[in-house]
Write a new protein. Structure first.
Length: 226
């Protein structure tokens, strides 16, 4: 095999959608775009949600889910190499999942907590990330962490809507909670990964995103010499 690319589940959402060139440069040339400031409050809220739901029954996530409980959080997954007969390159998935539920029928659900308004578009957008975790769990490399079968994928969206004073010096930000189930389709995910490899296998990086401020800044700097 000529090359085996490491894919991070989160890069299959924002980075892939924002700019194939930056995606290519990161994975093939190990040239990373500078990190943008990510408000730490979202990391804090995400951590609090994980702590709150850990070991609670699955009905706390959604009454539509089968009986079970929130069983795992923040674990590394590492997939076997994914290859296609028509390519001489491959890829593998490596990342940390948010949360996994264990159902009493022996199957599992991979879910992600999002501090956001629930939107239909989130289903297709985050589907790749959830499928990547599910694929790595069901097709692990060696003795990497493994769970199967993964029967369910979904997003638990919390949208802050009101603030209440629960006691003196203590305000509670309250939000509406919505469950968005993401249909699982491993074949479609593999077709998507084949498309990702077709970009990564190219001799030259794809075109830049013309709306990106980073690249425009780089070009201006080159032109002006600043
Ligand atoms: S346009 Fe340039 S800086 Fe912006 S995302 Fe693409 S390659 Fe990266």
């Amino acid at each position: 095999m000529n090359a085996v690319y490491k894919l991070s589940p989160s890069d299959l959402t924002f980075l892939w959608d924002e700019c194939k060139r930056c995606f290519y440069l990161k994975i093939v040339r190990n040239f990373n775009r500078p990190p943008v400031a990510f408000p730490s409050i979202f990391t804090r809220i995400d951590g609090l949600m994980k702590e709150f739901f850990y070991q609670l029954p699955s009905e706390e996530i959604s009454p539509l889910l089968p009986p079970g409980n929130v069983a795992y959080a923040n674990k590394w997954v590492n997939s076997e190499i994914i290859s296609f007969t028509h390519r001489n390159t491959g890829c593998f998935i490596r990342g940390i999942f948010d949360t996994v539920l264990a159902f009493s029928d022996g199957s599992y659900a991979v879910i992600d907590f999002k501090t956001t308004q629930p939107k239909k578009e989130h289903i297709a957008f985050y589907s790749r990330q959830l499928h990547a975790y599910a694929y790595a769990l069901e097709h692990p490399k060696g003795d990497s962490f493994s769970l199967k079968p993964i029967s369910t994928l979904g997003l638990l969206c919390v949208e802050p809507v009101t603030m209440n004073r629960s006691q003196e010096n203590n305000l509670a930000l309250q939000g509406e909670v919505s469950w968005l189930e993401v249909p699982k389709d491993e074949s479609e995910f593999l077709i998507f990964l084949d498309g990702v490899l077709s970009v990564l296998d190219s001799e030259v990086p794809p075109a830049k995103n013309p709306d990106c401020g980073f690249c425009n800044y780089r070009e201006n700097a080159r032109e002006t010499g600043y």
